[in-house]
Design a binder for this molecule. Structure first.
Ligand code: NAD
Length: 489
């Protein structure tokens, strides 16, 4: 079913103009609740990427040289426009991505916050003055890279557009956005709002399609920095392609995030946090709590309570705002179903769920595997669905060691009322973000990113600006004549 705000056809958006794909090809994007088409979207190629990168390169000097106060005001205006159109954007996202309407609304409130937060930084991107003696003045300036490529995944399409585009623009870069092929729509609508807010039209471009335009962007000589969110194998391909022109990359590649529940925790609260942290957006969240490590003293209570929550979840199309919507694509539904089968084969016990619903769309039941060994595939690999694995531990085990025993390191949580244990574990956990007695503790203001295979660099917070600014040091001689300066001195 098409939302009234979804258009029938989306060409690329290049330099502010709707631009036909060079190869003339279009694909359909479908509603994951029915798998019926909702719109036709351009299928990009390297030639379309060339056009978008040229438009961004042409717009870059004007945007870079826009005075910082004006730049900040325009970026702030984007936040206001997103807020004003929040419900319209949420309705579009819901039919394209599948998530419940209230979660989509929350995504766009977060998107507005990114533009608002970074807008305030535009006139505060200061360099330093470095004391090198009286014969020389030395200072640094922070300059934008130029063209930032933003390659988006399909789990939080609109929100992650804002997470990358807002700091890139505030720093003075122009952007080319490539949304995921199954969730392209919100990127077009957000880019239009950027233009409406007064950002130069060529400074925000959208090229739709899959791996081909994604690959073309990362290896393009005209792209100066790449921000990618998605899977580890694609992230590795991005890194390899970016090496050609020594283009810096920021990678956010998911996780297999442990929630450690100690016997002194408030178990009911811990269960509530973990349930939200694994079933929100049907588990398609890189920071989801997908691996609960639960002490044997509270294990039965934990399993009983989380099973009851999972059983009570209502599934339905996102537009009806159920507890949980469908998975984003048929292919992903099959992938998740294969993981559930793998868990069964490896000897994990299914406490609840595990089935694909016998109805149209990509619905998978909220699923909890218990008695899981941390070495099993379902405890090691990112399933990216509503599938929690529960691993028991005893006083003889070190749960932090079990928690760290995966290739990932994005988020981790500790549930305990012992302040010493909380601090000790937070220090030892190999993760970019640690939550104590809560989950999703990161905000727009706090840095977010991975240890180990979960990624490189940080999104969010002030630290994200480092991905969009390079430092130039300027040394000015105040003395006449030749000095005795030599390299390395
Ligand atoms: P993916 O990594 O293949 O795709 C992410 C983005 O990269 C998409 O826009 C895609 O079109 C683009 N892309 C594909 N090939 C590319 C290439 N060679 N060069 C540049 N860009 C390219 O992810 P997926 O296949 O859609 O999802 C698979 C798995 O990825 C999921 O099941 C999940 O485990 C993980 N994932 C993680 C996140 C996250 O937030 N970290 C988000 C989405 C998916």
């Amino acid at each position: 079913m098409r939302s009234p705000d979804v258009r029938e056809r989306y060409p690329h958006l290049v330099g502010g103009s709707w631009t036909e794909p060079v190869a003339g090809e279009y694909v359909e994007t479908v509603d994951p609740a029915t798998n019926e088409p909702i719109a036709t979207v351009a299928s990009g190629t390297a030639a379309d990427v060339d056009a978008a990168v040229s438009a961004a390169r042409a717009a870059f000097p004007e945007w870079r040289d826009t005075d910082p106060v004006t730049r900040g005001q325009r970026v702030h205006r984007v936040a206001e426009l997103i807020r004003a159109r929040r419900d319209e954007l949420a309705a579009i996202e819901t039919v394209d991505q599948g998530k419940p309407l209230s979660q989509a609304r929350s995504d766009f409130e977060g998107a507005a916050r990114y533009f608002e937060y970074y807008a305030g930084a535009a006139d505060k991107l200061e360099g330093e003055s470095i004391p090198v003696g009286t014969g020389q003045v030395d200072f640094t300036v922070r300059e934008p890279y130029g063209v930032s490529a933003q390659i988006l995944p399909w789990n939080f399409p609109g929100n992650l557009f804002a997470r990358g585009v807002a700091p890139a623009l505030v720093a003075g870069n122009a952007v080319v956005v490539k949304p995921a092929p199954t969730t392209p729509l919100s990127a077009f609508h957000l880019a239009e709002l950027c233009h409406e807010a007064g950002i130069p039209e060529g400074a925000v471009n959208v090229v739709a399609g899959g791996g081909e335009p994604g690959g073309a962007l990362t290896e393009h000589a005209g792209v100066d920095t790449v921000t990618f969110t998605g899977s580890v194998p694609t992230g590795q391909a991005v890194m390899r392609a970016a090496a050609e022109h020594v283009t810096p990359v920021t990678l956010e590649l998911g996780g297999k995030n442990p929630a450690i529940v100690y016997p002194d925790a408030d178990v009911e609260e811990a269960v509530g946090w973990v349930a939200t942290a694994i079933f929100t957006n049907a588990g398609q969240v890189c920071s989801a709590a997908d691996r609960a490590l639960v002490h044997e003293d509270v294990y039965d209570a934990f399993v009983e309570q989380i099973t009851a929550i999972a059983e009570a979840y209502e599934l339905g199309p996102g537009r009806e705002d159920p507890d949980m919507g469908p998975l984003n694509s048929e292919a992903h539904r099959e992938r998740v179903a294969e993981y559930v089968e793998r868990g069964r084969e490896e000897g994990a016990t299914l406490a609840v769920g595990g089935d694909v619903l016998d109805r149209a769309g990509n619905f998978v039941e909220p699923t909890v595997f218990v008695d899981v060994d941390n070495g099993m595939t379902v405890a090691q690999e990112e399933i990216f669905g509503p599938v929690l694995v529960v691993v028991p531990f005893s006083d003889d085990d070190d749960p932090v060691e079990i928690a760290n025993d995966v290739e990932y390191g994005l988020t981790a949580g500790v549930f305990t009322n012992d302040v010493r244990r909380a601090h000790r574990d937070a220090r030892r956990l190999e993760a970019g973000n640690v939550y104590v007695n809560k989950w999703f503790g990161d905000t727009n203001q706090t840095p977010f990113g991975g240890y180990k295979k979960s990624g490189i660099g940080r999104e969010k917070g002030f630290e994200a600006l480092d991905s969009y600014l390079q430092t130039k040091n300027v040394a000015i001689n105040l003395e006449r004549g030749l000095g005795d300066d030599l390299p390395g001195a």
